[in-house]
Design a protein. Structure first.
Length: 91
């Protein structure tokens, strides 16, 4: 694949999670061991985004939380590392 764009349709991705979003074996859903008992969704992140990065030249994620006034366009390289971040239109 030359490129792939993923647009978050949930509640958005918190800025603290941008760096690790597409890294292997990571998740924003678990902050501590006790969080395992309250996990309600599996979502698309974690291994899925890491795998998409591995097969694509470029993965772009566009997201916005309710607290952000504008969206953010995040670009990840083949290793799942954040390579760029810019403001973007996102309702």
């Amino acid at each position: 694949l030359e490129s792939l764009e993923v647009s978050d349709n949930g509640s958005g991705i918190h800025p603290d999670d941008y760096e690790m979003l597409a890294q292997k074996h990571t998740t924003s859903k678990l902050r501590g061991f006790d969080d395992l008992t309250s996990l309600n969704t599996f979502g698309f992140r974690g291994e899925a985004l890491s795998s998409l990065c591995a097969i694509s030249e470029l993965v772009t994620v566009v997201t916005r939380t309710k607290d952000q006034t504008v969206g953010v366009k995040l670009t990840y390289d083949r290793e799942g590392k954040l390579s760029s971040k810019a403001d973007a239109a996102r309702e």
